[in-house]
Design a protein around this ligand. Structure first.
Ligand SMILES: Cc1ncc(COP(=O)(O)O)c(C=O)c1O
Ligand SMILES: N[C@H](C=O)CCC(=O)O
Length: 445
């Protein structure tokens, strides 16, 4: 493959943008390919190379790159009527109504501009509502580029995970390993009266994919209720992808107090949202006194893109299609892995998937999971499946980034270069695409 144009664009980018990119995960080695255009389930780079795309913008593109006519027209119509006004519009109300109709726990929604903004506001809201300061997050969970959750360490021994964040932020953030019910009980025994909320992704999608073990979310729900704390589900990735329009909370039958959304709910445009029980969401200004505001919030073009994307998904068999392809791909990967790299783990559900380069360590802590890593107790390798972010951290990152990812790229398959990020299937993908991907995995593995 020729990459001359990308190489030269990267050289230009490096002199005007830090690291040559606007989000760190895009800085692939030795240099990223620059995208010229999207085409259904594919992207085409500046040198004319075409890749089968399983990054899908890191999740927002449920329908793929060619938006259906009804979505395109709604976006163009809104943009042609002036992009935004600093006054409310009907389309915001319609999207909030749609979310309330479909997502079991959501009565009211505040729209913002990114997943990060949504989790920042959700944490502030939980603190304002409960009058408490501490939050509990999962080790290796990701909630965007926000001060309160960029922490490392265990329990109450936490520190910021990036320079530039005062340690006083981390003082208020406690961590537990995902899926560790005992750690959840113990953090609440010690700090229960000070904890405003537990914030978790329902499925770890940024250090994973890691599925919840049976009863983990129920434990979070029970313990938070018992101690007067809130349960916040960060559905920025899983929202309107896992569990269809009901989201992951519908699939797992859990009733969080607050849910954060992003990605798909904006139909490919910058978005975030905080939804939940009216009594809680109404604490946001101007209805309540927890300050929340934003020039671009509820942007009409974004709202139109999100609404028409979700309407399209509701009216067509989008979830059936992407979930069926997901099953097909995970089943094929499970066979390939069993044959060629039995220590690796195939993870995912619905239209999310990942092959984790788990190792058969000296104490045999990780290993290939025959049931597609859904943490099913009947899986013969249940005990070896990664249960939390630390298990995933033990995987062979260098092998993924230096050998596997380039080998897939050379075969025209675009995966996330960072091995911890999820891969996504979109409505434009076909069975032939899945077959092509499986052939490439077989070759590259
Ligand atoms: C679970 C989760 N929460 C929050 C965020 C932050 O969203 P954004 O990148 O739109 O700020 C992301 C992804 O970036 C995410 O995966
Ligand atoms: N981990 C992030 C979201 O899921 C990756 C997207 C980004 O920050 O560019």
């Amino acid at each position: 493959m020729n990459h001359e144009q990308s190489r030269s664009l990267y050289d230009r980018a490096l002199s005007v943008m830090p690291g040559g990119v606007n989000s760190s995960v895009r800085a692939t080695r030795p240099y990223p390919f620059f995208v010229d255009s999207g085409d259904g389930g594919h992207v085409v780079d500046a040198d004319g190379n075409k890749y089968l795309d399983f990054v899908m913008g890191y999740g927002p593109l449920l329908l793929g790159h060619d938006l259906p006519k009804q979505v395109q027209s709604a976006i163009q119509q809104r943009a042609s009527e002036g992009p935004m006004y600093g006054a409310p519009t009907e389309v915001e109300v319609e999207l909030a109504e749609f979310v309330s109709r479909h997502v079991p726990s959501v009565e009211m929604t505040r729209f913002v501009n990114s997943g990060t903004e949504a989790t920042v506001s959700a944490v502030r809201l939980a603190r304002g509502y409960t009058g408490r300061e501490k939050i509990v997050v999962m080790q290796c969970g990701y909630h965007g580029a926000q001060e309160s959750t960029l922490v490392e360490g265990k329990g109450d021994d936490t520190s910021p995970s990036s320079p530039g964040i005062p340690s006083s932020f981390a003082e208020h953030t406690l961590t537990v390993p995902f899926n560790d019910k005992a750690a959840v009980h113990s953090v609440f025994e010690e700090h229960g009266d000070d904890i405003a909320a537990v914030l978790t992704e329902p499925i770890l999608g940024n250090y994973g994919i890691v599925h919840p073990v049976e009863g983990f979310h129920e434990t979070l729900r029970d313990v938070t209720e018992e101690h007067g704390a809130l349960l916040i589900f960060d559905e920025v990735i899983t929202g309107f992808r896992v569990g269809g329009l009901k989201c992951a909370q519908g699939k797992f039958d859990i009733d969080p107090d607050i849910t954060t959304f992003g990605k798909i709910v904006g139909g490919g445009f910058p978005v975030g949202a905080i939804g939940g029980k009216a009594e809680i969401i109404e604490q946001f200004t101007p209805a309540g006194d927890v300050f929340q505001s934003g020039t671009f919030s509820g942007h009409p073009v974004t709202m139109a893109a999100g609404l028409e994307t979700l309407r399209y998904a509701a009216e067509h068999d989008v979830y059936d299609h992407v979930n069926t392809l997901g099953e097909q791909l995970r089943a094929g990967l499970t066979d390939i892995v069993a044959d060629q790299a039995p220590e690796y783990t195939v993870a995912g559900t619905d239209s999310m998937f990942k092959v984790l380069f788990t190792r058969e360590g000296p104490d045999d802590q990780t290993g290939h999971c025959e049931a597609g890593c859904k943490q099913r107790p009947d899986c013969p390798r249940y005990e070896y499946c990664p249960k939390n972010g630390s298990d995933v951290k033990q995987t062979e990152t260098e092998r993924w980034e230096r050998l596997f990812w380039p080998a897939m790229k050379e075969q025209g398959i675009f995966l996330t270069a960072n091995q911890f990020e999820s891969q996504f299937i979109c409505n434009a993908h076909t069975e032939e695409d899945i077959e092509k991907a499986l052939d490439a995995y077989k070759e590259a593995l």
